[in-house]
Every structure is written in structure tokens, then in C-alpha cells.
Design a protein around this ligand. Sequence first.
Ligand SMILES: NC(=O)c1ccc[n+]([C@@H]2O[C@H](COP(=O)([O-])OP(=O)(O)OC[C@H]3O[C@@H](n4cnc5c(N)ncnc54)[C@H](O)[C@@H]3O)[C@@H](O)[C@H]2O)c1
Length: 255
Amino acid sequence: MSSDDLTGRTAVVTGATGGMGRAIVAALAGAGAHVVATDLRDDGADDLLAAVADSSGSVVFVSGDVANAEHMADVVERAVSLHGSLDCAVNAAAIEFETVPLAECTVDDFDRMMSVNVRGTFLSMKAEIAAMLDAGTGSIVNIASTNSFRPQHDQPAYTASKHAVLGLTRSAAMDYAAHGIRVNAICPGAIDTPMLRSAMERRGRNADDVAGRLSRLGRFGQPSEIADAALWLCSDSSSFTTGHALSVDGGMLSS
Ligand SMILES: NC(=O)c1ccc[n+]([C@@H]2O[C@H](COP(=O)([O-])OP(=O)(O)OC[C@H]3O[C@@H](n4cnc5c(N)ncnc54)[C@H](O)[C@@H]3O)[C@@H](O)[C@H]2O)c1
């Protein structure tokens, strides 16, 4: 058995109908995991379930808001009641819509960004850790960003939210290592998803220019390249890795 094999393991994935979320669900289910997938948007759920129908694992979809504590408790409870435990989780749900510097960022926009990206990650982790503590083992992967280290222009709240995701990751990694729970972050660079495409459109940017500026490899990353990293961090292959921020960014942060 490969140590990336998740046969019999149970996973939660948030942001599951988004660009990266879909690829992460497919990778985990393809490795044999039983996945409880959740997203605010359910319009892509049928496609997602069809795409993973032949995988060796299984997927159920539950729609709801990551910023709602009851919803995230229900998602985790569903994973445990269906499959007996929660072994891993990938928290990918987030929003990004900014085009202005800090003094022009409205309080409402700041609060909305924090509510989904920070409170949502916090509530997801809170429910996931509670379930993992019972088993004394688990792996949580938060999707942060290269913005967790290096801001892009005109993204004050998003940048702050992604710094906070790293803070939640490192804090929990420290507190729960002794309980057998590993907590890591993936910091994607420019990945070809609806979030990136809509950011470029809002800013009137050309895809080739953005790829050339944000990636040493001269191209956007693919969602599957983030999913491969998430699978590794969920699996026993990464058993000595915790509190880590793994850049999957085409070399962006190396310059
Ligand atoms: N695409 C990139 O270049 C890039 C770069 C760095 C980090 N990221 C991060 O990667 C993760 C995945 O983003 P993506 O690029 O796949 O974007 P995406 O917009 O395709 O997916 C995000 C998903 O989150 C869901 N979501 C939003 N608000 C929610 C809420 N309140 N409750 C539940 N679900 C909610 C959306 O419906 C969407 O399906 C995010 O955390 C994002 O910040 C993306």
C-alpha cells in the first residue's frame, strides 16, 4: 500500500465546488477516502459527484456557509456518523474581491472577508479538531496563499485574512501536536481557477502578463497541482510535517 493511500480514511473538504476544491475532492476520493464535501454554492455539486463517481472512495455533498458554526459542526458530525471518524480535512473556502488600498476598503468589505476567510477557517478547524481529538490522530490542511507572506497591490483585507490563516495553522500545530493532530498550510501562487480569472478581469489584466510576473515557470498552476500537495499533507507520507507553510507557487516566493 502506498503511503499516499487514504483507503478507509474520512475527509472533509470546504470550498468543494470551487476550482481547487473540486480537484482536492477528486484527489482524496481517488486515493480511497470517504469525503464529505461542502460549499456555499451547490450549483456545481452534481458535476463534482459525477466526476468522482468512478473513484475508489466516496463523496457526499452538503451545501452551507463555512462562517456558520452549526453548519461546520454538522458537516463534521456527518463525516463521523457516516464513517466512524474524521482523519483529514482540507479547508479551501474563501472569497477575494478587492481592488483598492486600505483607506478605501469599506468596513463592510473588511468584515465580509474576515468572516469567510478567517472565521470560516477557524470554525472549520474548531469542529475538525474536536472530532480528531477523540481519535488521537488527524491531519488538517488550510489553503492560505503566497499573500500570507507577500502582498499583492490593493488586497488589504484578503492579505490580512491569509496572514491570519497562517496564524491559525501554526497556533493549532503547536497546541495539538501532542494529541497526534498535524496542521499545515498550502500557499498557492497563481492557480487557474474562477477566483484568479475573476481577479484578472476586475483589474483588466492579461493572463500571459500575470503568469509571467507571478510564476518563474511562466504559467499558472493547475488545481490538480494543489490537490497533489493536499493529498501528501493529508496522508502518512507527510507524517513528520506539521506547522509548515508549503508554497506551491511556481517559484514566486523564491525571488
Ligand atoms: N486561485 C488562486 O490563484 C489562489 C491563490 C492563492 C490562494 N488561493 C486560495 O485557494 C482557495 C481556493 O480558491 P479557488 O482559487 O479554488 O477559488 P474559487 O472561487 O474557485 O473557490 C472558492 C470556493 O469557496 C466557496 N465559498 C466562498 N464563500 C463561502 C462560504 N461562506 N461558505 C462556504 N463556501 C464558500 C465558493 O463558493 C467557491 O466554490 C481559497 O482559499 C483561495 O483564497 C487561491
